[in-house]
Ligand binder design. Structure first.
Ligand SMILES: Cc1cc2nc3c(=O)[nH]c(=O)nc-3n(C[C@H](O)[C@H](O)[C@H](O)COP(=O)(O)OP(=O)(O)OC[C@H]3O[C@@H](n4cnc5c(N)ncnc54)[C@H](O)[C@@H]3O)c2cc1C
Length: 405
């Protein structure tokens, strides 16, 4: 939707082909964070060991189904390749630069009169174990070097800052640059804005194939061929299948996550709160609602709700916060994850009119506006003044590594 808006803002004629409706995928019930503080990619040196430990615990925040799925194991192979300190050092400035640009673009959208619950109230990462708290302090140097402003609070100072925190919290980090928004509201507002800009929304149109004709692709939906000067493939976790029909291999795997939105809450947290050890995010939303979001089930395609994982999210909230996490609306969505934790925004080699804009993983809200801006720059052939070199996000960057997609 952001790609459509940014292209239409440039005066181009745009149609969106959407099989269900704006926000039908992962963009609806997520935590809505826009967080330069969370610019470490999923692939980092500790990720593999922790992931293996969590695999043995059915209530853990990460789950990898034990099945023989060549695509998943191929993805994991690449993930291991990227789980290095050198990759983290390379990826953090890229993700941080993109997030800071997105923050500025969200402010521009607000200045255009779009309303989507955008608040720059910072983010509190809280800890219930000294071990995890001390480990987080060891990353402060790196964050400060990257220009991430962070305030360190001990348990009592954290509880004084956020009275909803329970006595179990032993320490916290406060990131003042972070922001949040209501994601469902954002998608609705972007769809409305797109129409104001003249974008055609063709809802209920499922693209079946991207047919290749020489160096170009043509979308086929409902038996019709829909030709376009440029085709932007932004189908989230489903992008891999569509890309494959055009002969493009994208290592994007779904990672299912859940959220529970509680209504009628007496007291909301002043800012989003990360329940660090449990990997659960808590977001205050308008109208007395609070959202708990977490869990990463890798390679899981279905949209069934796993009651045990939802309960784990509720239990974490009850441990860290003075809230009563019963009832509410339960939702799940598929994050489109790449093995290096960077999105894919760019033209695949050998195709003149295809641009991929996907693979945003855990950061699709954070990176949405800057992705729209990058797509518009690629279509218009403008490379100047971009927050990153577009080559770094190219869909071709995985080609030299072994993989099946
Ligand atoms: C629990 C949870 C919490 C999260 N929290 C955050 C957060 O706090 N901050 C953040 O930045 N990110 C967060 N994320 C990640 C974020 O939600 C995703 O990265 C983002 O929504 C991906 O957006 P997308 O537009 O690429 O994909 P989606 O939102 O999934 O959209 C893809 C769209 O493509 C359509 N589509 C698919 N195939 C076809 C087809 N063949 N033809 C036509 N249409 C098609 C689908 O219907 C869908 O509407 C979270 C995710 C989860 C699950």
């Amino acid at each position: 939707m952001c790609a459509a808006c940014w292209l239409a803002q440039e005066g181009l004629s745009v149609a969106v082909l959407e099989q269900k409706g704006p926000g039908a995928g992962a963009s609806w019930g997520n935590a809505g964070w826009v967080v330069p503080s969370h610019s470490t990619p999923l692939a980092h040196p500790g990720a593999l060991g922790q992931g293996l430990r969590w695999m043995l615990d059915p209530a853990s925040p990460l789950w990898i189904p034990p099945r023989l799925d060549l695509r998943m194991w191929s993805w994991l192979w690449r993930f291991i390749h990227f789980s290095s300190a050198a990759h983290v050092r390379r990826a953090i400035p890229i993700l941080k630069g993109l997030q800071l640009r997105s923050l500025a673009l969200y402010e521009e959208l607000c200045a255009h009169g779009l309303v989507f619950g955008f608040r720059r109230s910072g983010l509190l990462s809280v800890f219930t174990t000294q071990r995890a708290f001390q480990e987080s302090l060891s990353t402060l140097d790196l964050m400060e070097r990257e220009g991430i402003e962070v305030e360190v609070l001990d348990g009592p100072a954290a509880q004084a800052r956020e009275p909803l925190l329970s006595q179990e919290v032993v320490g916290a980090l406060y990131f003042c640059q972070d922001a949040h928004l209501d994601p469902a509201w954002l998608v609705r507002e972007l769809a409305r804005y797109a129409q104001v800009l003249g974008v055609q929304l063709r809802i209920g149109v499922a693209v079946e194939v991207l047919e290749r004709e020489g160096q170009r692709v043509i979308a086929r939906a409902d038996g019709n061929r829909i030709a376009a000067g440029t085709v932007v493939l932004a189908a989230g976790a489903w992008s891999t299948q569509l890309a494959r029909t055009a002969g493009v291999r994208l290592p994007i795997l779904p990672a299912k996550g859940y959220s529970v939105t509680l209504g009628g809450v007496d007291r909301l947290p002043a800012s989003p709160v990360m329940l660090s050890e449990a990997r659960v995010g808590v977001t205050p939303l308008e109208d007395g609602r609070v959202r708990l979001a977490g869990t990463l089930e890798l390679g899981v395609w279905d949209d069934s709700l796993n009651a045990r994982r939802v309960q784990t999210i509720r239990d974490a909230a009850a441990r860290y916060l003075h809230v009563h996490p019963a009832g509410g609306e339960v939702w799940c969505g598929l994050r489109p994850c790449t093995p290096d934790g960077l999105p894919v925004v760019g033209k695949p080699h050998g195709l003149d009119n295809l641009i991929v804009a996907s693979g945003h993983g855990t950061l699709g809200v954070s990176l949405a506006p800057v992705t729209g801006e990058l797509v518009a720059s690629l279509v218009l052939g403008r490379g100047k003044d971009l927050p990153v070199d577009p080559e770094l996000l190219s869909p071709d960057r995985f080609q030299e590594l072994f993989g099946i997609y």
